[in-house]
Design a protein around this ligand. Structure first.
Ligand code: FAD
Length: 449
């Protein structure tokens, strides 16, 4: 009797009303009903169990991109902040970024909401800043990168490059004037180092000049790629002093005479970031706006060392965002009647992504510990920038690959990471330049030229 029932149950799994007639030709439904009516309660329960088993799909495991549980190393307060930021980004930023990215525009309405998070200048002491750890600062950069590398870059410029220049190289008066307002995002900053003709070679080759006349300076030249500069209240401009040939830093206010910005259009990466081409024509800056402790490129390099570590973290976030979205897609997308996540070749991509991501996460974690112990060197930050951006590029490319055609559509939330990774790979020192910094450190030979 049970053998018969099993046969019927097999058929039952594919039953619908239109098929009933076909089935009735294969089995004697009267006989089945007769058998069922003679069953006791236990037999009925067992039959029902057999009928329902195999109907439910197994739930996939939750997506966990913190595979080695690094978050468990955070204090409860830091973990709480991490989750608060994640929730904010999921609710407020994720739903709007594809549209802004598509239209090459910046979502100004999010600035007050970002200010409420109280994360600008997170590591600095005083001036309204949190005085938090570099580790947590990195985690914040990664959380932003995970949802949108453009907004992460906006904050990186504001909090790291612009505020960092003032914090590390400014006088007390300059810090008091700018840092509290920038911490609350009431004033926006930018950082102008790169020039149209000089990118990697800024250390010795800046062509933008400054000349002192009494208690003011005259700046001339151009700066290219300057993030936030189309709307920033001030831009830190790095220029070579024609008298002593040293690089000096200036706080150039948007209303300074001789300061003009043109938006760079047609980018295929970080399209939300507003990058400008700045032209300085006999631009007058008072001595009181010269960064008082920036006396050579070595001081500029101190700012870059700090922010390069942040870029490595941002790369982790960008890779993580792409990985999570791709994994989710492979669990839902079916081909040949099965989720594509069940195919060996797809799993190979997923595992390659996760192993790269996990090694990036553990590397930046240690990087920030060095930073917090005041042991961070240029070569540490450069190695992290090289390694993480290279691995990020591999991860976003595999994420796009496992999604087939949908991988190039913005709405599937991987294409943006794929494109944005290209800018993160190049800015704040290319792979070659950061490799040369590490190479010089481990061999003793400088191979820049
Ligand atoms: P180049 O220096 O011209 O390099 C071209 C290629 O030559 C690269 O592959 C490079 O690695 C290689 N190369 C150069 N020298 C050597 C060498 N000695 N050995 C081997 N290879 C070498 N700058 C700012 O100042 N402020 C900003 O806010 C800012 N934001 C940016 C945002 C975006 C989206 C982008 C794309 C750039 C931004 N930059 C900014 C500029 C960025 O830092 C530079 O693009 C970067 O430093 C590389 O300079 P470059 O583009 O001029 O390339």
């Amino acid at each position: 009797m049970f053998d018969k029932l099993k046969n019927i149950i097999k058929l039952y799994k594919s039953i619908d009303l239109t098929q009933l007639e076909k089935i009735s030709k294969k089995v004697d439904l009267g006989e089945v009903l007769g058998a069922v009516s003679k069953m006791d309660e236990n037999q009925l329960k067992m039959a029902m169990k057999m009928l329902t088993s195999g109907k439910k799909k197994k739930d996939p495991p939750p997506i966990n991109a913190d595979f080695y549980d690094l978050s468990s190393k955070l204090s409860p307060a830091d973990r709480e902040l991490q989750l608060k930021i994640r929730t904010f980004l999921e609710n407020e930023i994720k739903p709007i970024v594809n549209n802004y990215w598509l239209h090459d525009e910046f979502p100004f309405e999010v600035i007050p909401k970002l200010a409420e998070l109280n994360i600008c200048g997170y590591v600095y002491e005083g001036y309204g800043c949190a005085g938090g750890s570099s580790l947590m600062d990195g985690i914040i950069a990664s959380e932003f990168g995970r949802i949108d590398p453009s907004i992460a870059t906006f904050l990186g410029v504001q909090s790291g490059l612009a505020m960092g220049s003032i914090y590390l190289c400014g006088s007390e008066e300059q810090k008091n004037e700018w840092l509290p307002a920038m911490q609350q995002l009431k004033k926006i900053g930018a950082f102008g180092l790169t020039e149209p003709l000089v990118g990697s070679a800024t250390a010795g080759g800046l062509t933008c000049t400054c000349k002192r006349n009494g208690d003011q300076w005259e700046l001339n030249g151009q700066k290219k790629w300057i993030g936030n500069s189309t709307f920033s209240d001030m831009t830190v401009i790095w220029a070579r002093d024609v008298d002593d040939q040293q690089v000096k830093g200036f706080i150039v206010r948007k209303e300074n005479p001789g300061f003009a910005v043109e938006k760079i259009k047609g980018k295929m990466a970080l399209r939300i970031v507003q990058n400008g081409l700045i032209t300085l024509t006999n631009c007058i800056v008072p001595e009181s706006d010269r960064l008082q402790h920036a006396n050579s490129f070595k001081d500029t390099a101190k700012v870059l060392q700090m922010t390069r570590a942040g870029v490595a973290w941002m790369a982790v976030g960008c890779a993580r965002g792409a990985y999570e979205n791709a994994l989710d897609y492979t669990l839902k997308r079916e081909q040949f009647g099965k989720p594509i996540a069940s195919f060996q070749l797809i799993q190979n991509h997923l595992v390659e992504m996760l192993s790269n991501l996990t090694s990036m996460q553990t590397l930046v974690f240690r990087l920030s510990e060095l930073q917090d112990d005041d042991k961070l060197k240029d070569e540490h930050a450069s190695l992290a920038k090289v390694f993480c951006t290279l691995r990020m590029r591999d991860i976003v490319s595999r994420a796009r690959e496992v999604m087939g055609g949908n991988g190039i559509l913005l709405e599937y939330n991987v294409a943006r990471f794929l494109a944005d990774a290209e800018a993160i790979y190049s800015y704040e020192g290319t792979k070659e330049i950061n490799s040369l910094i590490v190479g010089r450190s481990i061999t003793g030979y400088s191979a820049f030229v």
